[in-house]
Design a protein around this ligand. Structure first.
Ligand SMILES: [Zn+2]
Ligand SMILES: [Zn+2]
Length: 323
């Protein structure tokens, strides 16, 4: 499925098979997760995609060609597709901030397709066990959620704003770590609130409610007004993490909300180390994902459902079963 220009519908197309460069592998795509970032690219809120573009950065597939990995290896391809390895960020363990980084499904073609090409150094060998569709959301919703949780610090009382694909994974990791999770959704979204409680949230309710003070909050919804809202619930020394790649402007707020060594920070992209750490956790104890599968040709429909906030858990394109 190809995006020709932001704001237009994806269309089915037969693309030429790119020749492999050194270190690359060709992958048969079995499943590809649908992320809110895909929607921001599709709708033009992220303004520098390569065009035409194949979206999708939560690819699960099997290696079919290339010397860098054995044929048949099941791999995941995440958002971070390539870095230069030599800039000041790469050399200091912060490859997620690489000045020349390339991103799957944004500046590189991604996985809303039957085949994809990826740099083997950035592929993740996936644990056996979870199915292709079930494991796909871990490759961004899981990875960004994991990185956000680490950025949030060790505080016990964790608020999650927006209970979609990322939050439904983070709540399970947070629970394992003995944290108490408070899930905030749009007012009246009873389905999301009961989903949050089922997965281990101690409390779930509407944004604006004040269950108790929080040690940290992670904002997954792209709504800037949530930043002062979350700050207002934060204990001294606490952190608000903005997990998304796009957010509407943050409304102004009185300095008292930040005073007391409260921190607002973002999380950008991911490192390969995040991948190693998250999938180590998954190997120890599986993370249960809730997915809604769509056929490859249903990518627009999946994005539309995500735009309306009408997906329970994560949307995934099931490519080898569903086309
Ligand atoms: Zn770099
Ligand atoms: Zn993503």
């Amino acid at each position: 499925m190809v995006l020709d220009a932001p704001g237009t519908a994806l269309r089915a197309a037969d693309l030429p098979r790119p020749a492999l460069r050194s270190g690359q592998v060709r992958i048969r795509v079995d499943a590809c997760g649908v992320c809110r970032t895909d929607l921001h690219i599709r709708d033009g809120e992220l303004t520098e995609p390569k065009l035409p573009l194949v979206l999708g950065h939560q690819i699960v597939g099997r290696v079919v060609e290339g010397e860098a990995l054995p044929a048949g290896t099941r791999v995941g391809v995440p958002w971070l597709g390539w870095t230069d390895g030599e800039c000041r960020y790469c050399r200091s363990g912060r490859e997620n901030l690489c000045d020349r980084g390339l991103f799957t499904g944004y500046t590189l073609d991604g996985g809303y397709a039957e085949e994809a090409v990826a740099d083997a150094r950035f592929c993740i060998e996936l644990p056996s066990g979870p199915g292709d569709v079930e494991i796909a959301p871990l490759l961004c919703a899981g990875l960004i959620g994991y990185r956000s949780l680490r950025a949030a610090g060790d505080g016990e009382r964790l608020g999650l704003y927006g209970f979609g694909a990322s939050a439904h994974i983070v709540v399970q990791i947070a629970e394992r770590e003995g944290r108490r999770v408070f899930a905030f959704t749009r007012a009246g979204d009873d389905a999301a609130q009961s989903f949050a409680r089922e997965l281990g949230a101690e409390w779930a309710g509407a944004v604006g409610e004040r269950p108790e003070e929080l040690d940290a909050a992670i904002i997954f919804a792209p709504a800037g007004e949530l930043v002062p809202e979350a700050l207002g619930l934060l204990a001294k020394g606490g952190t608000v993490v903005c997990a998304g790649i796009h957010m509407t402007p943050i409304s102004s707020f009185p300095y008292e909300l930040l005073w007391g060594e409260r921190v607002i920070r973002s999380v950008a992209n991911l490192t390969r180390r995040d991948g190693e750490e998250l999938f180590r956790l998954v190997r120890e104890e599986p993370i249960r994902t809730t997915v809604e599968a769509f056929p490859l040709a249903g990518a627009e429909q999946a994005l539309d459902r995500l735009r309306r906030g009408d997906v329970r858990g994560a949307a995934v394109l099931s490519v080898t079963n569903g086309t």
